[in-house]
Design a protein around this ligand. Structure first.
Ligand SMILES: Cc1ncc(COP(=O)(O)O)c(C=O)c1O
Length: 393
């Protein structure tokens, strides 16, 4: 009798196994950790309580009872799923209200929800750019931006991280039907902030579309949590702003906020919007309540700022090079992937969870521990971290 596994399938399976083994040898294999108790400032993992310094729950709202109630109430009203895309019948009044609120938060004429921030980047870049266009993308942009650039069919020119001279040189030498500059406002792995005023100026002088991903700024920066543009009092009109509900807004989903024309265009042309089931009501309900808290409880942002200054100062005093971080993302760059894994292990033994970030998430040779703070952490929590992290060699 013939073997149940054909030679073809077993050869491709062994190729996958070899690749996984190679990742293991290079300290690059990834695993899932499953906390047993949600996403607060401590996590119960494998029977241990660990201080959580690795999530994007910046304002500590993921387990907030008001946000959870908003989620439950929305599910009771509109069901567990909308079972259709927005353009069929998957819309609810809550989806519309959330879009209005996000547009207002971002100072834009309209907003459109996507099923994730990843999809929002894919959806915007693939709709706005095509073959014959050029996208100018910061070297440290998130994978979802990189994938959006690739999928769009446009030519992509990567400029050195936050390097305006390099960007201008590329703009000056790459004419195109349409030019798009895309950058994160707060960079996800370094916590630094893009030179936003200069990006706006360059976009204006070269008649380029400016797309800014505010995933790590929304809810966190600006007097009312509007984001990085508001923090620097920049006029958002004309800018296409991407965001996510999955970080400070304690939910899941993504969005774009822009002029009415851009929103109408995306609604008609953006495939990840058109061909994707709309967000479940529970996610929309949670984000609506989180938005209320974002504007009403600025003390959460103040606490986050205090904690991140304390951690950055502590690392500087210990002898680490000054970080470019200006936010609640505080990286400690170690270089080799195994060094980052070793520190992750040491922290974990001391009851602290902060995961090693390794290539390809960060460039080769810049593996790190990225400490992500939560507004509900305390100064004592930060001091615990500083006591465990060894001084640089
Ligand atoms: C800069 C940036 N953009 C987009 C995303 C994707 O957002 P989401 O998790 O909602 O898909 C992330 C999340 O990791 C991010 O860091």
């Amino acid at each position: 009798m013939a073997s149940t596994e054909s030679p073809v399938s077993s050869s491709w399976l062994s190729e996958l196994q070899e690749e996984l083994a190679a990742l293991q040898r290079r300290s690059l294999r990834r695993t899932i950790l499953t906390p047993r108790d949600g996403q607060g400032e401590t996590l119960r993992i494998d029977g241990h309580d660990l201080l959580n310094l690795t999530s994007n729950n910046y304002l500590g709202l993921a387990g907030d009872s008001r946000v959870v109630d908003g989620s439950i109430e929305a599910a009771r009203l509109y069901g567990a799923s909308v079972s259709a895309s927005r353009l069929l019948c998957g819309s609810t009044p809550l989806h519309e209200e959330l879009e209005r609120r996000l547009a207002a938060l971002k100072g834009q004429e309209g907003a459109l929800l996507y099923s994730s921030g990843y999809m929002a980047n894919l959806g915007v870049l693939t709709a706005l750019a095509r073959s014959g266009d050029v996208i100018f993308s910061d070297a440290l942009n998130h994978a979802s931006i990189i994938d959006g650039c690739r999928l769009s069919g446009a030519s992509t020119k990567v400029y050195k991280h936050c390097d305006l001279e390099h960007l201008e040189e590329l703009l000056a030498t790459n004419p195109a039907r349409r030019r798009i500059i895309v950058s994160e406002t707060v960079f996800s792995m370094d916590g630094d902030i893009a030179p936003l005023a200069s990006l706006v100026e360059l976009a204006n002088s070269y008649d380029a579309v400016l797309v800014l991903d505010e995933a790590h700024a929304t809810g966190v920066l600006g007097p009312g949590g509007e984001g990085a543009l508001a923090r620097f009092q920049l006029d958002p009109s004309g800018i296409v702003v991407i965001g996510t509900l999955s970080k400070a807004l304690a939910s899941a989903g993504g969005f774009v906020a822009a002029s009415a024309t851009v929103i109408e265009y995306l609604l008609n042309r953006s495939r990840p919007f058109i061909f994707n089931t709309a967000l479940p009501p529970s996610s929309v309900g949670a984000a609506l309540v989180a938005l209320d808290i974002v504007s009403r409880e600025p003390e959460r942002r103040a606490q986050l700022e205090m904690l991140s200054v304390r951690l950055r100062d502590g690392f500087a005093v210990a002898g680490y090079p000054l970080s470019t971080s200006e936010t609640a993302i505080v990286p400690l760059v170690l270089g080799a992937a195994d060094a980052a894994l070793a520190l992750e292990g040491k922290l974990r033994e001391a009851g602290i969870l902060s995961r090693a970030i390794r290539p390809p998430t960060v460039p080769e040779g810049t593996a790190r521990i990225r400490f992500n703070l939560i507004a509900t952490h305390t100064a004592e929590d930060i001091d615990r971290v500083l006591a465990v992290v060894p001084s640089p060699a």
